[in-house]
Design a protein around this ligand. Structure first.
Ligand code: GLP
Length: 240
């Protein structure tokens, strides 16, 4: 397994070996890895080398460490394609995961100047502000705050927003969401969001803002999301 004569660095060979065990399912999420010392003895390599491999795998999200306890296999990250304008509900179903929402806030209030501009409505027009924890098989994935013009997207109820807002817009209101722009920024979880996302304070997260529009340019939604960076990665295909 480890070839000391190979030009490939030993820590890298060990990393690839552990990744292979995870991919094959021989190491499952939550499993504890044997201690660094055991690997070092088994392959006759230094503990520093083993630590280096573990540290890389922690950074890449394959493993996580618990202070004083050891190193464990992390949950697989969800790979989100950035092409295609899909909803959370669609994304989870496509992966065979059960989508869910936990409603934190469901309010209607007059638009601020900034919100009015973003949604192309008049200041003081009614705006829905909906905050939901988005769940996959019951596990928090993201915290999402959605702003919608209540005149355009009328008739929302708590029951509807506990399911898919996109399905309501398209199937019930018969409005077509056409395109969107999205900004992704890295950040860390503050105390409040860490609690809701069930991660520790300071854990890596991604802030995503999506502005969606209809074909004629009418804004449909403004959404500010906080995604768990330990559970999500984004993929985009490029062509030169
Ligand atoms: C994703 C997007 C949001 C969008 C949501 C709709 O999570 N980041 O911008 O509002 O999907 O999801 P659903 O139709 O499940 O409510």
């Amino acid at each position: 397994m480890i070839n000391k004569n190979s030009p490939i660095p030993i820590y890298y060979q060990l990393e690839e070996h552990i990744k292979m065990l995870i991919e094959k399912g021989e190491l499952k999420p939550g499993d504890a890895l044997p201690p660094e010392r055991e690997y070092a003895e088994k392959y006759q390599i230094s503990r520093m080398t083993v630590r280096q491999a573990f540290t890389h795998l922690v950074t890449e999200g394959y493993l996580y460490r618990l202070q004083g306890k050891g190193t464990y296999v992390a949950e697989r990250k969800i790979e989100q394609l950035l092409q295609g304008l899909t909803s959370f509900t669609e994304d989870m179903k496509a992966r065979g995961l059960e989508p869910g929402s936990q409603l934190i806030r469901f309010e209607i209030h007059p638009a601020s100047a900034q919100m009015a501009e973003q949604l192309a409505i008049s200041q003081s027009d009614p705006v829905y502000e909906i905050e939901r924890i988005r769940l996959a098989d019951g596990v928090p994935m993201a915290l999402e705050t959605t702003y919608l013009s209540a005149n355009l997207i009328s008739g929302l109820t708590e029951e509807i927003v506990n399911q898919s807002i996109y399905a309501y817009i398209e199937n019930t209101l018969k409005l077509q969401i056409d395109h969107a722009s999205q900004i992704i920024e890295s950040s860390i979880a503050g105390q409040a969001e860490a609690k809701l996302l069930k991660v520790s304070k300071g854990a890596p997260v991604m802030h995503i803002q999506r502005n969606s529009f209809m074909n004629d340019g009418t804004p449909v939604e403004l959404v500010k999301s906080i995604y768990r960076a330990d559970r999500y990665k984004f993929m985009i295909q490029m062509k030169r």
